[in-house]
Design a protein around this ligand. Structure first.
Ligand SMILES: NC(=O)c1ccc[n+]([C@@H]2O[C@H](COP(=O)([O-])OP(=O)(O)OC[C@H]3O[C@@H](n4cnc5c(N)ncnc54)[C@H](OP(=O)(O)O)[C@@H]3O)[C@@H](O)[C@H]2O)c1
Length: 315
């Protein structure tokens, strides 16, 4: 009997990568090679204990040969780019180097975690390079002699746990949110939603060749985020706007240290609000159709038991 196809995952300990590794291994139909700098971490060891092969390669520029070696023998590769804060601007270059390495290693199918081209959609009116750079990587991958598919994750629920954390003001948990209170935006749990989407794509490669698929768990407003939190946890909570520069700085004064990052966060939120997070033609129901265990915000709160405390997903 032939061995199961091997899928190599870059950023295998990231929220997205971890989800992909577990979903592929749980399916029983794939072998997984997990790339990380932290092969001795608890999370890496957890992956190894369920069958992943760990390989120590950093998700950085300048490791092309190591990447080619790591990709060799793989049927497929899941590529993602890590958070890269300005003034660093190497996201597009990194993504292209990863894709070139996969092609040189003879990989048959690339799945890349991409996003919309904000520069193109807004005619350069909004500044969100971490979207546009992913779109540039996607456009480049489409020129390569390899089958490719793309997923576009919605805003992560986990942003409220990791980055824009709520804080107590007298008896109320205050949520400073980067979107206007009544704007309905797509959100997702990257830890449980990425894997099923990527498993579906590798399972039906011809159907998804050249396709860009949104991955969404819920579409809801910040007001609904807060009222659902109160309904599920019983805790008194309130929305506060962190949508404008002044509001963002009021709630997160540390952002003053990186003016460009602040511009990028504001640009991203304005883009989503004024133009829509996804282009009109995207299929917003796909990920929820193919994944019956998809988490709405309410289910996310019930499953995780999150009570409003800061949480880190590093390991
Ligand atoms: N937050 C959102 O709402 C949202 C929505 C859509 C898309 N995204 C995109 O999702 C991506 C982040 O995904 P995630 O949250 O799943 O990642 P994550 O949990 O923050 O993990 C980042 C991974 O990147 C690696 N990494 C980070 N910095 C590195 C460095 N300096 N050198 C080498 N490796 C580094 C780490 O690998 P090691 O294991 O080696 O440490 C880690 O596994 C970003 O590109 C972001 O733009 C975010």
């Amino acid at each position: 009997m032939l061995p199961h196809p091997l899928i190599t995952i870059v950023g295998a300990l990231s929220k997205q990568g971890r989800s992909v590794a577990h979903a592929l291994l749980e399916s029983g139909r794939y072998r997984v090679r997990a790339l990380t700098r932290r092969v001795n971490s608890l999370e890496a060891q957890r992956l190894a204990s369920v069958g992943a092969e760990l390989v120590n390669v950093p998700l950085e520029l300048g490791y092309k040969q190591a990447m080619i070696e790591a990709f060799t023998g793989s049927h497929g590769v899941f590529l993602m780019t890590p958070p890269i804060a300005p003034p660093a601007t190497h996201e597009a270059e990194l993504g292209m180097e990863l894709a070139n390495s996969a092609v040189e290693a003879g990989v048959e199918h690339l799945v890349f975690s991409s996003l919309e081209n904000v520069d193109e959609v807004t005619k350069s009116q909004k500044f969100a390079p971490h979207f546009t750079d992913k779109a540039k990587i996607e456009a480049y991958i489409r020129t390569l002699p390899v089958r490719s598919s793309f997923i576009y994750l919605a805003f992560f629920y986990t942003n409220l746990l990791e980055y824009y954390t709520p804080r107590m003001e007298s008896d109320t948990l205050v949520f400073p949110i980067y979107l206007p209170r009544d704007f309905h935006a797509p959100f997702v749990d990257p830890l449980s939603a990425t894997g099923p989407a990527v498993l579906e794509i590798f399972s039906y490669p011809e159907e998804y060749a050249g396709k860009s698929m949104p991955v969404i768990g819920d579409i809801l407003s910040p007001d609904e985020i807060v009222s659902t939190f109160t309904r599920v946890t019983g805790k008194k909570a309130a929305y506060r706007s962190a949508y404008t520069r002044e509001e963002l700085l009021h709630h997160f004064p540390d952002f003053v240290a990186n003016e460009l990052l602040m511009r990028e966060l504001l640009g991203m939120a304005e883009y989503a609000t004024e133009y829509g997070y996804y282009r009109k033609e995207r299929d917003l129901s796909w990920s929820r159709k193919i994944n019956p265990n998809s988490l709405t915000w309410e289910k996310f709160l019930r499953v995780t038991g999150w009570q409003g405390q800061p949480q880190s997903f590093g390991v």
